[in-house]
Write a protein that binds this ligand. Structure first.
Ligand SMILES: [Zn+2]
Length: 320
């Protein structure tokens, strides 16, 4: 491991799509990491090789908006004995979309993947790839799919590895409709691993305020809750037919006032929700998750043991 100290950098860049009303301000102090991981072996547990995963990402989810009157479905999901839930999931200290979606997808902190803006410039995503890379390496016949409103996720993170990751601009409702086509019709393919991202809650927060009492923020979150309820019903039907699915709901950051960038000292920004749901699984309920825990949890559920990923990740699986 070779560490070279970098000067604290100040970067101001033009925002893309998500978070437009913010001026993005990246101020960070990183050690430069070169992780030497010589062992590239990968092993798959045959008992888990048919398992599937659905991940639903919601941009800008302030955790105290997770209430029975706003998100009745998620509120009940959080109570389920088959669910790991926290409202204290720890976000990256760069509290905007690029670094956080990158840490969720790669399982490493931003000082490794070096996505420090929403423009994704000068990143180290080749060394620290999306977890799709390890799934495809373990079994290239698995269908990895990513459908997102905020397209930089697919452009920069998913596309090099995914079997289907459209990069045209779409709405949250489009994400929902495409998800129905994928899960119910297998169109354009049957996903084994499906990653979704909804972006309009973040837009409502920037326009009207990130707060459970702001009507527009509540209404947008309530609509998303209905989408998620509907998608969960599809997964439950598949589970009834013998399929094994991990169902995850995550977010990149919270929000306060009309923003979130540069607010790592604000508890409504630095903590957000994380849900992991699977019947017959035990969870580390004592553990408070971080963004880097999603990728190791997904690979653990799928029974994929990658020496390289284990060497690089900063997260842990929340499965017992
Ligand atoms: Zn934003």
């Amino acid at each position: 491991m070779n560490k070279t100290h970098l000067l604290s950098l100040l970067a101001i860049s033009v925002l893309l799509g998500s978070c437009e009303p913010d001026e993005e301000l990246s101020e960070y102090d990183c050690e430069e990491w070169t992780t030497a991981c010589a062992d590239s072996s990968i092993v798959v547990d045959p008992l888990k090789s048919n398992r599937k995963v659905l991940i639903i990402g919601i941009d800008g989810f302030r955790a105290d908006a997770m209430q029975d009157t706003i998100t009745p479905f998620l509120f009940s999901l959080a109570q389920s004995p088959n669910t790991y839930y926290t409202n204290q999931n720890h976000v990256q200290s760069l509290t905007f979309s690029g670094p956080n979606w990158s840490s969720l997808c790669t399982g490493v902190d931003f000082c490794k993947h070096m996505v420090t803006t929403n423009g994704f410039g000068d990143n180290h995503l080749v060394e620290y790839p999306h977890f799709f890379q390890y799934i495809e390496q373990a079994n290239s016949s698995k269908n990895t799919v990513s459908v997102v409103n905020w397209t930089p996720i697919n452009t920069h993170l998913s596309s090099p590895f995914a079997d289907y990751s459209p990069t045209e601009s779409i709405t949250d409702h489009d994400v929902f409709l495409i998800t129905n086509n994928l899960l119910l019709q297998g169109v354009p393919l049957n996903p084994d691993i499906l990653f979704l991202q909804f972006d309009e809650l973040d837009g409502a927060g920037h326009s009207y305020g990130f707060h459970p009492n702001v009507p527009e923020y509540r209404a947008t979150l309530n609509t998303l809750d209905a989408y998620i309820d509907s998608i969960y019903s599809i997964i439950e039907a598949k589970r009834s037919n013998g399929e094994e699915w991990l169902f995850c709901v995550i977010s990149d950051h919270g929000g306060d006032g009309k923003g979130h960038s540069g607010k790592y000292d604000n508890e409504h920004v630095k903590h957000t929700i994380m849900f992991m749901n699977a019947p017959l699984e035990s969870f580390k309920h004592w553990h408070t998750s971080s963004q880097t825990d999603l990728a190791p949890t997904v690979l653990d559920y799928l029974g994929i043991e990658s020496a390289e990923f284990n060497c690089k990740t900063d997260g842990i699986s929340v499965l017992q």
